[in-house]
Design a protein around this ligand. Structure first.
Ligand SMILES: [Mg+2]
Length: 384
């Protein structure tokens, strides 16, 4: 059965260890572990399948790994080389489609919807092309979406290729699902739920009451449903929000008392947003009352921004409109980001862009208090 959307998950096999083995025939077939000096509480970054047979895995303390395989060959990583090979691997993947979404240095989703032939044949073609270019093997999971493709690559490691459709996963343990870690698996285990098939018997409502907000997602994943797109190469996942807050040494209620702090948190927020290369579309003001009650107000901007002054103007308006009693904390955050390079050019570019560009340079060199607005200056002079 051929899926409608054709999604692949390409995952290099034992990537770091395999790169280390390139051109070193004498290490082939041996348990090789990449990681730091065992004396320094380091952990395993990668290991060959020969080492995995002894129970070694990435993230394990090196001392423990050496107890399991005392004769293992230990290598310290050569990250520049991993990056070089990664670039070659991605160049190969991009020769098939621009829809290559990297999820790490050695892992990517691909969307090959619309290509002719069977999906498994395409997957093996990609696998061989990567091997041709790098002498490194990968596993390619195939599915109608990212979830099933990723589950398929996990099941087919190493050097495998396989397809999973929603009905193929019912016998798998619930831990195979994205987002079900050991603690969630334990919670569901108390209900006698150990396989995905059994998980499908739980209603949305039950899952939501047991797992909270992630219950809805787990409900869909259990059915093999996942609508997330595969993004184009170079796509960066925007952060959920960025912000700063300030706690006053004494409660304040007058604008002249909280505005300097608000100006400062807006400046810090703007700097971070620019540094990340984002523009945010929603400004949230938050403050905490004397009784610790936390209040938030949100404003959607006319167009997304990375300018302190624009963030401050929105925050100030909300603060003046809503703060009518003493507060002990004030903060601002910005969210709903788009990358600043592709953001639509505003017809009226913000006047402060050039000023902030210079200010960022000064602050990078001399610290974030080296150049501040008049309002934030009061913050530095006062004893807030
Ligand atoms: Mg990998």
């Amino acid at each position: 059965m051929e899926p409608e959307r054709r999604i692949l998950h390409v995952d290099m096999d034992a990537y770091f260890a395999s790169v280390e083995l390139l051109g070193r025939e004498e290490l082939h077939g041996k348990p090789v572990i990449v990681g730091g000096d065992p004396g320094f509480r380091s952990v395993v970054t990668s290991c060959t399948y020969e080492a995995r047979k002894y129970g070694v895995h990435a993230g394990m303390p090196m001392t423990r790994a050496l107890n399991l395989v005392p004769h293992a060959v230990i290598l310290s990583g050569s990250f520049a080389r991993y990056k070089t090979y990664s670039n070659r691997i991605f160049a190969v993947l991009l020769s098939f489609t621009p829809r290559v979404q990297a999820t790490s240095i050695d892992e990517a989703f691909m969307d090959i919807t619309g290509t002719p032939g069977g999906i498994i044949d395409r997957a093996m073609e990609i696998q061989e092309a990567v091997y041709e270019a790098t002498s490194l093997w990968c596993t390619v999971g195939c599915g109608p979406n990212r979830l099933l493709a990723k589950m398929a690559s996990n099941l087919n490691k190493p050097r495998g290729a396989g397809l999973l459709m929603p009905d193929d996963i019912t016998d798998l343990p619930i831990g195979a699902i994205w987002g079900i870690g050991p603690s969630t698996a334990d919670k569901l285990g108390m209900f006698g739920i150990d396989t995905i098939g059994k998980l499908r018997n739980l209603t949305r409502g039950t899952l939501r009451s047991v797992l909270g907000s992630s219950g809805e997602e787990i409900y869909r994943y259990a059915r093999g449903i996942d609508d997330r797109p595969v993004q184009f190469f170079g796509y960066r996942e925007p952060p959920k929000s960025m912000g700063h807050e300030h706690t006053f040494s004494q409660d304040v209620s007058a604008p002249e008392d909280y505005m300097p702090a608000l100006a400062m948190v807006c400046q810090k927020t703007g700097c971070r947003v620019r540094e990340g290369g984002w523009l945010g579309g929603v400004v949230t003001l938050k403050y905490r009352l004397r009784n610790m009650k936390r209040i938030t107000r949100r404003r959607i901007l006319a167009s997304p921004t990375d300018q302190d002054q624009t963030i401050l103007a929105a925050a100030e308006e909300m603060a003046r409109g809503h703060i009518d009693q003493p507060i002990r904390l004030i903060g601002v955050s910005i969210s709903h980001f788009v990358p600043s390079k592709t953001a639509q050019l505003s017809f009226f570019p913000e006047k402060t862009v050039e000023l902030n560009r210079v200010a960022d340079k000064v602050r990078n060199r001399y610290g974030d208090k080296a150049m501040v607005s008049g309002r934030a200056l009061e913050y530095l002079q006062g004893n807030w």
